[in-house]
Design a protein around this ligand. Structure first.
Ligand code: SF4
Length: 362
């Protein structure tokens, strides 16, 4: 029988396990900090925890390191893409993006996966091409960040992750309970202590789960993959739109904003000849202008299997002009890792090709 993953346990759950195996509760706090704050990947790294305590917990909990199969590093901007192998041999991708800031503290953002594969089938996404394999456990989601921290701290002992985006492989809201556990673990003051607003959950628009997230109200940033303001176009780009069309989605967004008082980000990948014309921009203004939101324009990643292309710079600029002149708040996503397979699902799909491999283990 597989043991529960230590990295996915809350402090309360760990305390209960300590009590069950006859240990005092305070040992849970020590072990939790070693795992969640210091990133310990082996029991014998927990220096102030007696061997008898470690042995008792090692008999009931799993703290095995995750294997890094491949790592790609962008020579342009240092973006790192990791391909992790999970215990059952499945693989997931995780990306570390580094942003240097002149006016604010530097950011280190990790884009985590929440599922192996994905059932949503979005038109521009390599992950969706292979379908869903399984949900990740909370410990596997958190483990991606902890293992990247361990990996980078070999070169930079002060390295910290400042932001996490749930935007890698999978639809996070289809793995809701494990998503919430991971959010709470990242936010824990005894763990990485990442502020809720620095945690971004991205969804293709699963209306009942958006309403659940509003009700549970963790105060994270919600990002919705919109990509068109017209149902007939969005049906093709984001097939979930056939279940929850735009009007239903916008009603859920209004509800979410009303309950949480949080601004929603709409992701809009501009695709040549599909959703990037002047009428598309006007439709987008009409759909979003009375909402507390901003629109993140993304130059679409060229995934050869999808056949989608990005529009010209002039068309992108015209699209952005129409939005901003209408008072819609926009941002243009900084492109990261364009010289590596940094788009969702690309590295996993091409596993077996030629890569810059840094390390086998973290
Ligand atoms: S974009 Fe996200 S939700 Fe859509 S298929 Fe890819 S991983 Fe799934």
């Amino acid at each position: 029988m597989r043991l529960p993953l230590l990295r996915g346990l809350s402090l309360d759950e760990l305390q209960d396990i300590c009590v069950e195996v006859g240990l005092p509760k305070f040992r849970a706090g020590q072990v939790f900090e070693w795992v969640q704050a210091k990133g310990a990947g082996a029991w014998d790294e927990m220096k102030n925890v007696p061997a008898a305590v470690r042995d008792a917990l090692a008999g009931v909990l799993d703290l095995s390191p995750v294997e890094v199969l491949k790592t790609q590093v962008s020579r342009e901007d240092g973006t790192r893409k990791y391909l992790f192998r999970l215990e059952d041999g499945q693989t997931v991708e995780t990306v570390l993006m580094l942003y240097e800031r002149k006016v604010a503290r530097d950011r280190a953002t990790v884009c985590v996966s929440t599922q192996v594969g994905c059932a949503m089938g979005c038109a521009f996404c390599a992950t969706g091409l292979g379908g869903l394999v399984r949900n990740l456990e909370a410990g596997e989601i958190v483990g991606q960040v902890l293992d990247i921290i361990r990996h980078v701290r070999q070169e930079d002992p002060e390295f910290r992750v400042t932001n996490v985006v749930f935007m890698g492989m999978g639809e996070p809201l289809q793995n809701y309970a494990n998503l919430l556990s991971a959010i709470n673990l990242f936010n824990s003051p005894k763990g990485q202590n990442i502020g809720m607003r620095r945690l971004t959950v991205s969804t293709c628009g699963i209306v009942p789960r958006i309403l659940d997230l509003a009700r549970d109200n963790p105060q994270v940033t919600l990002a919705i993959s919109l990509h068109s303001a017209r149902d007939e176009v969005r049906d093709r780009l984001v097939p979930m739109n056939r279940h929850y069309p735009l009007q239903e989605l916008m009603n859920a967004c209004r509800k979410y904003i009303e309950i949480t008082n949080r601004r929603i980000t709409f992701e809009y990948a501009l695709v040549k000849g599909v959703n990037s014309g002047t009428q598309d921009a006007r439709d987008l203004v009409r759909l979003t202008k009375d909402l507390l939101c901003n629109i993140n324009l993304i130059p679409v990643n060229a995934v050869s299997e999808t056949g989608l292309e990005r529009p010209s710079e002039a068309d992108t600029a015209e699209f952005a002009r129409i939005l901003s002149e209408s008072g819609v708040e926009i941002s243009l996503r900084e492109e990261k890792g364009s010289d590596i397979d940094a788009a969702c699902g690309q590295l996993r799909k091409r596993q077996g090709g030629e890569y810059l491999v840094l390390n086998g283990k973290v």
